[in-house]
Design a protein around this ligand. Structure first.
Ligand SMILES: O=C(O)C(=O)C[C@]1(C(=O)O)C=C[C@@H](O)C=C1
Length: 146
């Protein structure tokens, strides 16, 4: 770990906003899943839409229309969840930048290892070993590489 006096990072422009295609009712938390329009194409064997010529089976890897429909709906929910996760990480980056700027502005260091150990422990307790790796990536996003 190398202490540095470089300014705290600021959050980049929101990439999640760039793919804000999930404003449908089905993307709201708790809303029923809407099947992907192509994956839910019933018995149509090919070219479910002009935009994407793949069949529902090709899109989802399913071998039945029922499975394709379920997978398509679940994927919509996952996309909505990922959008929220990305948004929360960006929010966290902005809050972290405020902390780091205050500390650096007061003459302190960008990094606070004791606090990082607390955070690693929280993620590890909640998610196990992969949680530790996740927390390290989150921290790198928030304070840069040390
Ligand atoms: O809590 C702090 O003191 C912060 O600076 C925030 C934060 C974080 O993103 O959680 C970032 C850098 C520090 O090394 C520790 C934690």
């Amino acid at each position: 770990m190398t202490p540095t006096t470089t300014p705290a990072r600021t959050a980049p422009a929101a990439p999640a906003a760039a793919r804000a295609t999930t404003a449908s009712a089905a993307s709201r938390p708790g809303a029923p899943a809407a099947p992907h329009p192509q994956a839910a194409a019933g018995t149509t064997p090919r070219a479910a839409s002009k935009a994407d010529p793949r069949t529902a089976a090709e899109i989802t890897g399913a071998r039945s229309d029922d499975a394709a429909e379920l997978i398509a709906g679940a994927r919509e929910r996952i996309d909505a969840l990922d959008d929220r996760i990305i948004g929360l990480i960006q929010e966290r980056m902005a809050v972290s930048a405020v902390i780091q700027e205050a500390r650096i502005g007061s003459g302190g260091r960008r990094v606070n290892l004791a606090r990082e150990m607390e955070i690693l422990g929280r993620y590890r307790d909640a998610l196990g070993k992969p949680g530790t790796a996740l927390s390290m990536n989150v921290l790198e996003l928030c304070r840069g590489r040390v």
